[in-house]
Every structure is written in structure tokens, then in C-alpha cells.
Design a protein around this ligand. Structure first.
Ligand SMILES: [Zn+2]
Ligand SMILES: [Zn+2]
Length: 118
């Protein structure tokens, strides 16, 4: 059976949330396949699977990127452990908690995330 999860991310530009559909491939890594806007209330009530996503988080060729700003990159906040858009800045303020991130953790590194968390 294919493992899949929806991760909730927030766009750093306009501070709106969106879902990132991820899928576990046969090599054990997770790939981002799709991104779509969702509203915060719906995301909470819809109860996305709390699947744990571990390993790399590459994106497929067809991955559209953030529905708001278009970036395909994201960062993981070391404080609140939520993900948000990253447009290549060397430092970034987390749109979730306001944490100033100096050490940007990018998608080429290993992740350990839980799907559906807001
Ligand atoms: Zn964005
Ligand atoms: Zn944060």
C-alpha cells in the first residue's frame, strides 16, 4: 500500500496555509507531489492523517510549488517544527511563531514531520 500524507505549510509571503501532498516512494524517501490552498478551519476539521514523514522530501517534476508565491522550497522551523515557504533568504522569520531562523534547514536534509498538524 502506498503511504501518503498531507503536510500543512504556511506561505512566508502572505501567511496563508496550504497543504502539501507527499508520497512515499519505493526507495523509502518522501516526495512532494502537489500543493493546494486550504483554509485553516477546514484543515483542522478534515483531520488529515498524522502520518510521520521521515527522510528526504524531494519534489517531483510536476510539483507546482506554493499556491501563493510559487516557491518549491520550504524550511522547517527549529522552534515550532512547522514548515513554511522559503525563497532563498539566508534568514527568515517563521510565519507560524515569529522565530528568526538563521540556520535554514532545507528539503535536501532529513525531515521528521507529522502530517496534518496545524
Ligand atoms: Zn509561498
Ligand atoms: Zn516557528
Amino acid at each position: 500500500m502506498m503511504e501518503a500524507a498531507v503536510l500543512i505549510a504556511k506561505c512566508g509571503k502572505i501567511k496563508q496555509i496550504y497543504g502539501i501532498r507527499t508520497q512515499k516512494m519505493s526507495d523509502g524517501d518522501w516526495w512532494r507531489t502537489w500543493a493546494f490552498p486550504i483554509d485553516e478551519q477546514r484543515a483542522g476539521s478534515e483531520g488529515y492523517d498524522h502520518t510521520t514523514v521521515q527522510g528526504n522530501l524531494y519534489h517531483t517534476k510536476d510539483y507546482p510549488g506554493c499556491p501563493f508565491c510559487g516557491t518549491k522550497n520550504f524550511v522547517l522551523c527549529n522552534k515550532c517544527h512547522k514548515i513554511s515557504c522559503w525563497n532563498g533568504e539566508s534568514r527568515l522569520e517563521c510565519p507560524w511563531c515569529g522565530n528568526n531562523m538563521n540556520n535554514i534547514v532545507t528539503a535536501t536534509e532529513k525531515f521528521n514531520l507529522s502530517g496534518g498538524d496545524i
